[in-house]
Design a protein. Structure first.
Length: 202
């Protein structure tokens, strides 16, 4: 969706088509904040990112909100790593201080990714990440959000506009509708897929 489309949608909700109360820069700010909040709430914007790993730890990619999974390329194989919460990882994996091999597990502490075993060489890895959308600046900006996930944005932007004016009743109504919209988007995004159409298993 273009930035101007988002702005028009928000103005319809706010009954401000003539720009009497909210200027475009204000709406742009609300819209970009709403887009980030939507991705935070739904995880709808994902990206596969290649990272070379050589040590026990690697930082989050700068644009990543979350890491869904990591695979490591070992020879001609792409091996998906297991995940453990850091407390378990600390107790049962990191106790082997000097064990170096290709990694089989990862954990996350704050915005640092830990690997076990510690890599014995540099490995190419592929990270499935939820990423922060770049801000829309004008109508030449590319919006990676797609239908139905672009629909709830206007409602959260309208919530922010009303909240900053301390019109709490209307703000809350927009927030409730935003949640209903993104839950509908999540529900309609899941389609039935057959894991193996021939029934032989994977």
């Amino acid at each position: 969706m273009l930035l101007s489309d988002y702005q028009s949608a928000v103005r319809r909700l706010l009954h401000d088509s003539q720009k009497n109360f909210w200027q475009d820069p204000d709406l742009t700010n609300y819209i970009n904040r709403a887009r980030k909040r939507l991705v935070l709430d739904t995880g709808c914007l994902r990206s596969l990112q290649n990272v070379n790993i050589l040590t026990e730890t690697e930082p989050f990619p700068a644009n990543a909100l979350s890491i869904i999974g990591i695979s490591v390329i070992v020879g001609s194989l792409r091996q998906a790593l297991g995940f453990r919460p850091f407390s378990q990882f600390q107790a049962f994996a990191r106790s082997y201080v000097n064990w170096k091999q290709f990694p089989t597990l990862f954990s996350i502490y704050q915005r640092t990714v830990y690997f076990f075993p510690v890599p014995d060489q540099s490995y190419v890895s592929e990270w499935d990440t939820v990423i922060v959308p770049s801000d829309l600046v004008d109508d030449t900006s590319t919006d990676p959000l797609y239908f139905p996930y672009d629909e709830p944005v206007a409602y959260y932007a309208a919530f922010l506009a009303k909240f900053e004016e301390q019109q709490m009743t209307e703000a809350e109504e927009f927030k409730i509708e935003y949640k209903r919209q993104y839950l509908n988007a999540l529900a309609h995004s899941y389609q039935t897929r057959i894991p193996d159409p021939y029934g032989g298993g994977a």
